[in-house]
Write a protein that binds this ligand. Sequence first.
Ligand SMILES: *[C@@H]1O[C@H](CO)[C@@H](O)[C@H](O)[C@H]1NC(C)=O
Length: 148
Amino acid sequence: MERRTLLAMVVVVVAWLGAAQATLYQDCGSTAEIHEFSLSYCEVPPCIVHRPSNYDVNITFTPTSGASELETIIIATISGVDFPWPGPEGCSQLENDVCPLQVGHKYKYSAFMPVLEEYPAISVVVKWELKDENDVIHFCALFPITIV
Ligand SMILES: *[C@@H]1O[C@H](CO)[C@@H](O)[C@H](O)[C@H]1NC(C)=O
């Protein structure tokens, strides 16, 4: 292999490892400015989640468009197949705030990710979205979890 190619590969791998360690999630097209995303007991992906339990999912964001309704859409992808996961109504999860969402105002969304006893012990990629009544996706994150 050419030395330059090898060097380029090393740079890519190191950059990816650095990114993987720094971020818990991958943004999948949030229209809002995301300040923080946190999941209980998880600093580094994949998050290990124990059954049965509830995990906090906290999102601090500033919308770039207004909204009067917010829906939480949670999808677990297992081997390429999407499974919907029950999610709470979004506006009621805003801490000390209510809908309609105002452009430029900073909100904290705090919800639970329920991990039920009957869930299988597998690794899944979770997609967590906050979608409004106009189908604008204010927040979209993909994060890997391992259910144990
Ligand atoms: C999420 O927010 C709630 C309410 O403010 C707080 O009690 C909890 O510690 C936060 N959890 C994480 C993982 O940031």
